[in-house]
Write a protein that binds this ligand. Structure first.
Ligand code: ADP
Ligand code: MG
Length: 627
């Protein structure tokens, strides 16, 4: 039998279009052909289990091989196969049923994925890398004849009797000149690893390698025998396809290593498993978060029935969970459509909500089950929780019960607990509770000590998200404000009515102010005389909470460029009640006054790590003289 015909397509010639517009993603040809082979294999298994196929199933591997000399890549399966009529029906007609539409749309399409899936061009993606494609197939049906189909990339095809003796299909690509890079073990292995690593049928990747010469050819040159070296390159039963009850912790850890061979063990994981109202399985891992965020993002792999699709899961996974690792598998996510469509898709929204809820439930469970263990992991988990807290209202509703605040003594409190703890001492005269915090306990030690002396508690807010977290806390908590511990002197951080009286007269106050102003003479340092407890330091340098926050926001690109352009402004708070200040006032010699003022000021700078360069050198010299 031999027959020639024309692929039924109303449009001119589709192949140049396929080649031209799909070129960028051309490696997906392998994904398409291997998953067709897997589909055919799954079908014969199903027919067999339904009793509709009585023959031996045999060894059901899919095999990928290539021949560098002949410039071919072959994908073979032992699936259901196709008769000549089926090839005509499934390959010639069905595949192109959407062709007219395809040609109209190709102009708008951004990538190959979009077109391949949407228009059922899976098989034809072979022509992105091949001049000629050959199908050799034998159907599982009793009495079926083997069939061969050849197409050279025009709309002409040729179909004839085939030679295959075993059930199944070989697809052979005659690789075109521009695509010879695919005729490499390394390249093919890489693509298979990327797309086919978890396909449900064993995939054997064979290459012919030359062994020792074992004879001579007609011209007397040494003759090499090719040896097949095969490996099963995939794991057909990845854990996300199994029931959580079948799995132990080791299984999850082992799978994590399989996904990220060089990764540190994750903190914990969540097994996703839902089949209504959408179908989704997967395992999400919480990694130990490193500072290098970008490096850790985009580590979630998206699959559709175990075929890898992408690691761009931006719309499916909520933004605040983009640092998670793992896999998601869902046949319900429209994979082949554009980003804007994805964002509007209602399944995608539901999936997003589902993941948020699962993560919140898991965290809540960990918190309730073993608070101590949860606290130990808080440093790592906290980042996710706070990120979700500030960015996702639904998550916040749950997270408010397991969000922890940590103080400088490394004690952890829930929001409710903390409020009860600090309320009695840290409520100001307007009934506002003031939470104090520090971004750097070592650097602000002097301020922390002053606060602790008054029995105030100081929170540690040193994670990269804390600036946002602080302003969200203020929005969420009633009558509560947060102040950085260096935003004012301890006595004034929480304003109560009982300010200690001034020991200086009005005249003396003006004098001290003048002395300090002339000593410091820095435009961004504003001197103020405060009446603090005599035990406090003689001078404090503070930075206004509001101004500092505005500047921090501007730095992070919060659109407050006006504040960003301002210099750092400080308040030099001179403790009028300190004995040293009285000494300065009563000193008779101008120079002596200046020297003492300068020394007190430098000590304040020093305690905050602000004294550097020649100022520091001068300070040391002066200190030696004073001793
Ligand atoms: P899809 O896989 O989305 O149906 P394809 O273009 O990839 O679209 O394949 C078209 C059809 O060709 C398949 O539905 C199947 O019927 C048939 N087919 C392709 N490859 C094989 C194969 N290896 N074995 C059996 N049938 C196949
Ligand atoms: Mg297909």
């Amino acid at each position: 039998m031999q027959e020639k015909g024309t692929i039924s397509i109303h449009t001119e010639n589709i192949f140049p279009i396929i080649k031209k517009f799909l070129y960028s993603d051309n490696e997906i040809f392998l994904r398409e052909l291997v998953s067709n082979a897997v589909d055919a294999t799954q079908k014969i298994k199903r027919l067999s289990s339904l009793g509709q196929y009585q023959g031996e199933l045999g060894d059901l591997q899919v095999e990928v091989s290539f021949d560098e000399e002949k410039k071919t890549i072959t994908i073979s399966d032992k699936g259901i196969g196709m008769t000549a009529d089926e090839i005509k029906k499934y390959i010639n007609q069905i595949a192109f049923s959407g062709a007219t539409e395809f040609v109209e749309k190709f102009k708008e399409a951004k990538d190959a994925n979009e077109l391949i899936g949407k228009f059922g061009l899976g098989f034809y993606s072979a022509f992105m890398v091949a001049d000629k494609v050959e199908i050799n197939s034998l159907s599982y049906q009793e009495g079926a004849q083997p069939a061969r189909w050849i197409c050279d990339g025009s709309t002409e095809f040729e179909i004839s009797d085939g030679s295959r003796t075993e059930r199944g299909t070989d697809i052979t690509l005659f690789v075109n000149a521009e695509s010879e890079e695919f005729l490499s073990k390394f390249k093919l292995q890489e693509i298979l690893d990327k797309y086919c690593k978890f396909l449900p049928v064993p995939i054997k990747f064979g290459t012919k390698t030359e062994s020792e010469p074992d004879g001579e050819d007609e011209e007397g040159k040494p003759k090499y025998t090719s040896v097949e070296v095969d490996n099963i390159i995939n794991n057909p039963n990845p854990i996300w396809t199994k029931a959580p009850s079948e799995l132990k912790d080791e299984d999850y850890l082992e799978f994590y290593k399989e996904l990220y061979p060089f990764g540190e063990d994750p903190l914990f994981w969540i097994h996703l498993n839902v089949d209504y109202p959408f179908n989704l399985t997967g395992v999400l891992y919480f990694p130990k978060v490193k500072n290098d965020f970008d490096f850790q993002r985009n580590k979630i792999k998206l699959f559709s029935r175990q075929v890898f699709i992408t690691d761009e899961v931006k719309d499916i996974v909520p933004e605040f969970l983009m640092l998670l690792h793992g896999v998601i598998d869902s046949p319900d996510i429209p994979l082949n459509v554009s980003r804007s469509f994805l964002q509007a898709d209602s399944n995608v929204k539901k999936i997003n909500n589902y993941i948020t809820k699962k993560v919140a439930d898991k965290l809540s469970e960990l918190y309730k089950k073993d608070r101590k263990a949860y606290e130990e992991k808080w440093q790592d988990i906290g980042l996710f929780v706070k990120y979700g807290f500030v960015s996702d209202e639904k998550f916040y509703e749950k997270a408010k019960d397991f969000t922890l605040l940590t103080n400088t003594k490394n004690e952890h409190f829930t929001l409710e607990e903390y409020k009860e703890k600090v309320k009695p001492l840290q409520t100001d005269k307007n009934d506002t509770i003031v939470y104090l915090y520090t971004p750097d306990a070592a650097k602000q030690d002097a301020f922390i000590q002053s606060a602790n002396k008054k029995d105030y508690d100081v929170l540690l807010m040193n994670s990269p998200i804390d600036n946002h977290f602080i302003s969200h806390l203020e929005q969420k908590l009633e009558k509560t404000t947060l102040k950085r511990v260096d935003s004012d002197v301890a006595d004034k951080l929480i304003v109560k009515d009982d300010a200690p009286a001034h020991v200086l007269t009005e005249e003396q106050t003006t004098k001290v102010k003048t002395i300090f102003e002339s000593t410091i003479s820095k435009p961004n340092m504003k001197v103020e005389i405060e009446s603090l407890s005599p035990e406090e330091l003689p001078v404090h340098i503070t930075q206004d909470e509001f101004m500092r926050r505005m500047k921090d926001m501007a730095k992070m690109g919060g659109g407050m460029s006006f504040y960003g352009s301002l210099p750092d402004n400080y308040k030099v708070a001179v403790n009028g009640n300190h004995p040293l200040i009285s000494r300065i006032v009563s000193a008779t010699d101008d120079q002596e006054q200046q020297k003492l003022a300068k020394q007190a000021f430098d000590l304040a700078l020093l305690s905050q790590g602000l004294l550097t360069g020649s100022d520091l050198t001068d300070f040391v010299k002066r200190s030696v003289e004073l001793i």
